[in-house]
Design a protein around this ligand. Sequence first.
Ligand SMILES: CC(C)(COP(=O)(O)OP(=O)(O)OC[C@H]1O[C@@H](n2cnc3c(N)ncnc32)[C@H](O)[C@@H]1OP(=O)(O)O)[C@@H](O)C(=O)NCCC(=O)NCCS
Length: 201
Amino acid sequence: MPSQSKFEGIDFSQIPVERLTPDILNLGQGFRCLRGEFVTYWKQGRIKREADAHICHCWAIRSTESLAGYITLLADKLQVENPILAEEGVKYQTFPAVKIGLLAVDRRAKGAGRHLVEWAIEYVVSEIVPVVGVRFVTVDALYDRDVEPAYDASGFYTKLGFDFADPHESLPPEVPYRTMYFDLKPVIELFNPQPPRAESD
Ligand SMILES: CC(C)(COP(=O)(O)OP(=O)(O)OC[C@H]1O[C@@H](n2cnc3c(N)ncnc32)[C@H](O)[C@@H]1OP(=O)(O)O)[C@@H](O)C(=O)NCCC(=O)NCCS
């Protein structure tokens, strides 16, 4: 009989996302990720080092005292080919953003990736948007051409509503990632509905 996964049956959308603590850092022992480098980042101290240096902040989810996944966030600037906010009268091609730096989940923790990204979007809208101008969440979606078939994380972000910063980029990309962005405006409006305008307006 196949052994049951330790994350079997867990609804990750209900698990709280926690800020990195020394306690959580100790949980990585049995962490198994599709991409081994993300296990190394956790276990060899890269994330703690960068968080201590204020280069990112890290949040994680755990279940039954095992690390299920983590995400880091940092400040970014989105650069696009087209003035994507021209219809709003804003003709810039660079915009303030918050970036997903590293994102990784245990390969047995299905749904944990979506939960971490959706949590990050809500967190940025509720905690950062009210105090600092920020319109987009960005990510450099990993694209590894050196494995067969190529590893492409962009499909995951597309499912969550992200678009490509350069939709005409040729594949494989020149760098091992494709930059993507998520427009926060619809979520901002959902959280802060505009009061109905008076008839005389
Ligand atoms: C990318 C990653 C975080 C996704 O997490 P996950 O928990 O497996 O994703 P979810 O189960 O929440 O998936 C949400 C949806 O995206 C889909 N999906 C996941 N990875 C995908 C991929 N690489 N391409 C296309 N679709 C993908 C899932 O099938 C699911 O679709 P559904 O809603 O129709 O069922 C995870 O695979 C991972 O840790 N990968 C290794 C590290 C990595 O690539 N990090 C991202 C670097 S930018």
